[in-house]
Write a protein that binds this ligand. Sequence first.
Ligand code: ADP
Length: 396
Amino acid sequence: MKVLVCNVGSTSLKFKLYDMPAEHVQVQAYVERVGSVDNAIYTYTNWETGEVVKKDGLSVPSYTEGIQLFLEDLLHETRGVLTDIAQIEAIGFKTVLSKGHYGVHELTDEVLQGMNDYMAVAPAHNAPYLEAIYVFREMLPQVKLIGSFETAFHQTIPMSQSLYAIPYEWYETYGIRRMGYHGASHGHVAATLEAREGAADKVVSCHLGGSCSITAIDGGKSLNNSFGFSLQAGVFHNSRVGDMDAYIIPYLLKQGMTIDEITYGLEKNGGLKGISGVSNDLRLVEEAAHAGNARAALAVQMFIESIASYVGSYMVQMGGLKHLVFTGGIGENSESVRRGVCEKLAFMGLKLDEEKNQSKDKDKVISADDSAVKVHVIPANEELGIARNVYRECNQ
Ligand code: ADP
């Protein structure tokens, strides 16, 4: 069964074509700068032959042209892998949030309406996904479109952890509760530990990238996730704020700021960027911190402390910690963030092996053999989790 996985960004499209259930990647492609009429970049890799095609200066004014570029290459006589586009049985999307639909679902009108209903909660994600999904529906009406929602892995979080202590009617009327996101990534961590360690028990998984979230996993199931109702909560992100006192917003409104100004600040001018004043990219913030920039150093320190606090809180919830996992662009690459978090947990017998921490391997165990907690770096592979979900959904 051929499953195409599609990751839609506001200006990008990422594709991976899987042969399932073998989990064999046949083709990967990336369209950057969707929306540009003369400056888009396109990369296509045939994993079977190793052929890579890279084009730039392209006109890709909308998702339609980006999808067309890719579909033409899938059928190309040398670098293509399909003879008929109908060989694709299903397309899986890393969709984020749909009101009333939190698992893995065929993208029917009702599920798409649910995405529309929660547009204000995840505008940066739901808007581009809806646009791209409608293009696929029109171009490939015979193919099943499946949304593997980022909330899916977190459906096992108990009510006592997902409710806020708000007026109960807000939960009943508006559905306000913690959702849990980054499900494809944390689900992949759980599946990887189950395969390697025999079980995913008492695990804290830290997905640290442009967006960051921490998840408690026990018995292979999610028990908590640091995101909230929206993707704004928890550990702070590259430019999004993370946890803060809800009363700050009415206070700022009363000071005369508009809701748009406040929202812009929360989304674009907070997080690493807001504190450091340098960048939303941790590499640049770390460089500035090393060069003596005090705000950059403070941002890195706050980031590490906030991650460690979540680890501590989830340890209490699970009654212990056996595995600590780092994944995502920062988790996989920043040895100093990993070291900082591990140092905070040294009091409980967690011992980092600094040589392993600094080794160039992307997939590794970085704790010492006599550490009380095993610390892993596991490369994020959200697409594989989605391909598995789609395969399961189509074959149940
Ligand atoms: P996204 O969440 O957008 O998918 P990624 O998971 O790819 O992003 O993570 C991107 C982030 O990873 C960058 O913003 C950067 O801060 C961080 N990053 C990547 N490489 C390094 C590195 N060598 N050192 C520190 N941070 C890094």
